[in-house]
Design a protein around this ligand. Sequence first.
Ligand code: PNW
Length: 492
Amino acid sequence: MPSARLPLLLALLLPFASTCFPKQRRFQKFPENFLWGTATASYQVEGAWNADGKGVNVWDTFTHEGGHVVNNETGDVACDSYHKYKEDVQLMKSIGLSHYRFSISWSRILPDGTAASYNEKGMQYYRDLVDELTGNNIIPLATLYHWDLPQPLQDAGGWLNESIISYFEDYARICFQELGSKVKLWLTHNEPFETCWSAYGLGEDAPGYSDHPGTYPYQCAHNLIKSHATVWHLYNIRYRPSHHGKVGITLNVEWKEPKYANQTAAADRSLDFMLGWFANPIYVNGNYPQSMIDQVAMKSAAQGFKESRLPTFTSDEMNYIRGTSDFFGVNHYTTRLVEHHQNSPELVSFVADQDTLETFDPTWPRAASLWLYEVPWGMRKVLNYIRVTYGNPDILVTENGVSDHSGSLNDQFRIQYHSSYIANMHQAIQDGCKVIGYTAWSLLDNFEWALGYSEKFGIHQVNFMDPARPRKAKMSAGWFRELIKNNGQAES
Ligand code: PNW
C-alpha cells in the first residue's frame, strides 16, 4: 500500500479503534514494598477452645452462657484454624499476601492469665504458625489482645482493675521473648473503643457489662491506655535493641461527616470520642482530647458527681504515654452523619456525654451488618484526618471489609467494596498520607462475635456444617491475587 494513503486509512479507522479499545484507564500503582495482607483473630478462627491446656476466656464463658449470640453459636470449633493453620497459610500464599494479621489467645499460653500458669503447648501453636508464615515468605503481624481475656482476670475486674496492667505486661514479655525473633510487627490492642464501649458499656460483647455506661468505659480505657504504653516501653527498652521490630496499636474509626455545614464541631467531637479517646493520649500529648475533658466534666458536675467521670492522668503518666506507638494501625469500615443533639442532663452514659446524633444517608448501600454502609470516600477522609491530626504517622490499615449473609463464592459486591476503598486509599497517598499497607478483613468467614456465623466477611468460604471445615476461595480471593500481582488496580 502506498505510504501516502496510510494517514487517510488511519483517519478512517480511528473512530472504530476507540470503540474497540476503550480509552486507556489510569492505573493506581502503589508504592514499592506496599504491604497487602488479610486479618483474623484468635477467638474468631482458632476453635480448639479447650485443647492442649488452654484456659477459659471471657468469650468462652459468654458464648456458653447462652442468650448473647445469634443462635447461641460459639467459637468452640470456629474455622478450626488451630488444626488447619498450614492450609490457611497455603491460601495466603496462593494469593501472594505479604503479611498476615492474627491475634494471640492469652488463655492459650497463660491459662489462668498469669505467667505462673505458662502452657508450653499453647505457645508451640504460635511458634508453628509463625514458622509456617515466615517459611512461606509471609510477614507475621501479631495482635496481643483481640478481646479474649482469660476468665480469671475478668473475675478480678478485667480492664476495670488497674492490676491488669502488670498482667498484660507479663503476658507481652512472654510473647516477645518466645516469638520476637521472628515477629517484627506487633499490635498491643485491637479496637480499644470496642473493648471499652461494646463490652463494658453497651454489653454486646463479653463480658457484657451494661449497667454502668457512664463510668466503666472510661475506667476501662484508662487502664487499657496505660497497659499499651507499658508494653510499648517494655519492647522499646528490652527487645527493640536486639529484635528491631515495631509496636503499634489498632484503633477503629468511622468517618464522621457533618450532617449540615454548620455541624463541624459536633462531628469533630464525635471523632474525639471515638478515635481521639485513644489517639490523643498516644500520638499527641498523653491526655484525652479537650472536648472530652470538657464534656464529661460538665455533665458529671451537673449530675452531682464529686469529680469528672473521665479519670485524669498525672503529668508523669502523660509523659509516659505520649509517643508510645511506632505506626498508626487503623480499622476502617464505614461512615456516619453527625449533628449536634443536646441530651437530657440526667443521662449518665458515654454516648449521652457526646451530645451528638448519628444517622446514615439512605442512599448509601448497606452490607449484611446493620452498622456497615459502603461509603468509600470516608477512607480518604479518615486517612487525611489522621495525617493532619496525629503528625503524619506511618499508617497501616489493619482492617477493612464487608459482610453478607450467604458467604456466596460469587461475591462481586465485596470486590466492588474493596476496590472502591482501595482507590480512596490510593488518593490519600497522593494527598501525602504515609500508608504502608492494607489488610482485608478477613481471610476466612468466621465467628462474627454477637452475630455468630450469620455475617460473613471472608474472601474464603468456610463450610461450618462440615466437621472438616473445608475452605473455598471466593471470587474476591482471585481479585486480590491480581491486585497484589500488579501492586495496584485500574481506575474504574
Ligand atoms: C472489627 N461497629 O470489629 C473487629 O476487629 C473484628 O474482630 C470484627 O470481626 C470486624 O471488625 C467486623 O465486624 C468491629 O459496630 C465491630 O462499628 C463492630 C463495629 C466495628 C468494628
